[in-house]
Structures are given as C-alpha cells and as structure tokens.
Write a protein that binds this ligand. Structure first.
Ligand SMILES: C[S@@+](CC[C@H](N)C(=O)[O-])C[C@H]1O[C@@H](n2cnc3c(N)ncnc32)[C@H](O)[C@@H]1O
Length: 305
C-alpha cells in the first residue's frame, strides 16, 4: 500500500530533474550497476518520498496516538511501532514537538532493528547525531544503557535535544572522535552508522546528486575502515556490530566490511532477517527505493566470535 500525500507546493518534487542534476561522476561510477539500475534510481529520486514516523511508546501507544491524531497511516513491516503517514509536515506538529512521535525515514530504521538489542544491553552508538537510531534503540532497550557518541558539538546538541524531547533517561551522550573512543568498557552492541557520501538520501535532497564525486567516496572509505576497526574493538565476545550507510558505492559499504573481516579472524557476518524487500550479499543487505518505496540503505551485521 502506498500512502498518498498531499502535493507540496514548496518543493521541487514531481519535476523530472534528477537526470539533469546528477554529476558526470555519478553516471560514470554507476555504469557497473547497469543502465537499468541508473535509470530506475534517478526515476525514484523524482518521486516524492513518503513521510514516516516512529511512535514513542515511552509516552503513548500507537492506538492512542492515532485516536488523537487521526492521520491516514500504514505500518512499516520491518520496524516496531513505525508507520508511513499522510502528513508531510509532521515535524512541525505539536505531537512531534512534545515527543509523542519521531520523524524518521523508513529505510533508516533498518540498522537499529538489525542490531537485535536485548533488554539490558550496554549499547554504543558511535556516530549518533541527530539521534534517530539512538532514540529508536533507547525506546526498545528499556532496562539497558546507551552511550550515544557524536564528534560534532552542534550536532551533539541536536542529539541531546531529541533524547530530552522523547523523555529518554537511559542514554549518556559523549563527544569523542569515533576513532579515539576510550577503551574503558566492552559493549554488547555497537552501532556504526558511518558518515558517508549520502547518495541514498537523494529523494529527500536532490542536490547530493549534483555534488557527488568518486574521489570523496574513496577518501571517506579510508576513514570508514579505521572507524569499523575501532568499533569492533569495543565489542564484548559474542556481541554484535552493525555497520550502516545511506549510500551506494561499494567502496563505502561491502569493501569496508571486507576490510574488517580480512583483519579480524573473530569477525563473522550474520544474515539479517527483517521483513523488508532487499538485495542480500555476503556482507549485508542493500535496500533501493524500488524495493519498498523508501530511500537507500546498506546494513551489515557482524558478530564477534
Ligand atoms: C550518518 S550520520 C549519523 C546519523 C545518526 N546515526 C542518526 O540515525 O540520527 C553520521 C554522523 O557521524 C558524525 N561523525 C563524523 N565523523 C565522526 C567521527 N570521527 N567521530 C564521531 N562522529 C563522527 C557526523 O557528525 C554525523 O552526525
């Protein structure tokens, strides 16, 4: 079911601009994905993205939320208490401001679900701002603790504001470079939602297509490899690391996970079994816009043996 949304007159959706906007590097690089892939990807960029939310069950049940705010909605099958809704401006509504719900893109909910958090877990979210996944985990991990880390101070403030707005009390915010996070504790779960070239958010922001350069992906890939190695070092034996990005280049996704595997004999990729249409490979899952009418995501789940 596709939740239809009211036309938004203030943005440029519905106009066929993606093809004209995309950088020469975008076309050149994605040749290896095939012409059909490129056509489809750009076609979806021009289709308005559905709005989605998570209901904050610390404050209200989904039933009571929709009784009070009767938006047309459809359940998101891979995430708990999450819905596509027929309201583009939910982020400006009072129910959002007081923390009854959290506006989050649906494919961005996959990483926290793959983390498979058990109640009572000690969780480290290494690149946490503005807190979509931190808050998603915190609501699930009711009796556990989450350490939400963010390097950028301004973004860390947004993270704190979101934690506060949702009434979350099991979260500690830190301000380290993810590659220099102190080795004081080992964690049951580590999430590395890495900084990336963000091509998979082009339905929300077409400008990403215009500025993408292959050299940026190559450069950030080196940082991501350092980050994933450090992230893995903070895990307890038997613990789970989830690595995720919202971009397409292999250099930022499978190659990063392969680097970790090549250098850590105790790292093992586990299958992700969520109720989502996707492509699976030996390193994780790829979700493209045409699979579920969302944005793009790569998610990998790694166990420390
Ligand atoms: C993809 S965003 C994270 C989104 C967040 N996980 C969420 O779901 O709301 C990546 C974040 O990593 C932060 N970051 C970049 N380099 C970092 C570093 N070396 N250490 C820690 N955080 C970093 C960025 O400022 C950005 O907020």
């Amino acid at each position: 079911m596709r939740i239809m949304q009211k036309p938004n007159t203030t943005d440029i959706t519905n106009t066929k601009v993606a093809k004209n906007l995309a950088s020469p590097d975008f076309f050149e690089y994605h040749k290896k994905f095939g012409d059909e892939w490129t056509e489809k990807f750009l076609e979806y960029v021009d289709i308005p993205l559905r709005k989605s939310i998570r209901i904050n069950t610390l404050k209200i049940s989904p039933g009571d939320f929709f009784k009070n705010f009767p938006y047309e909605h459809a359940q998101i099958l891979w995430s708990e208490n999450a819905y596509f809704i027929d309201e583009r401006k939910i982020g400006l509504k009072i129910e959002h401001a007081v923390g009854l719900c959290y506006s989050q893109e649906a494919s961005a909910m996959l990483a926290a679900e793959a983390l498979d958090v058990a109640d009572g877990n000690l969780v480290l979210d290494l690149c946490a701002a503005p807190g979509s996944k931190t808050t998603q985990i915190a609501v699930k991990n009711f009796s556990g603790t989450i350490v939400a880390n963010e390097l950028n101070l301004k973004r860390a403030q947004a993270l704190i504001a979101n934690i506060y707005r949702l009434g979350i009390t099991n979260c500690i915010v830190t301000n380290y470079d993810a590659c220099k996070f102190p080795d004081l504790f080992k964690f049951d779960r580590v999430l590395l939602d890495a900084p990336c070239s963000s091509l998979g958010t082009s339905r929300k922001n077409k400008e990403i297509l215009k500025s993408w350069e292959y050299k940026f992906s190559l450069a950030i890939s080196k940082v991501q490899k350092k980050m994933i190695s450090d992230a893995f070092s903070h895990l307890k034996k038997g613990g789970i690391l989830v690595y995720s990005t919202c971009t397409t280049p292999t250099e930022e996704n499978e190659d990063v996970v392969k680097f970790l595997m090549d250098n850590n004999s105790d790292a093992e990729v586990e299958e992700i079994n969520l109720n989502v249409n996707c492509e699976k490979n030996e390193y994780g899952i790829r979700v493209y816009p045409w699979h579920n009418d969302t944005e793009t995501a790569f998610v990998s789940k790694i166990r420390k043996k």
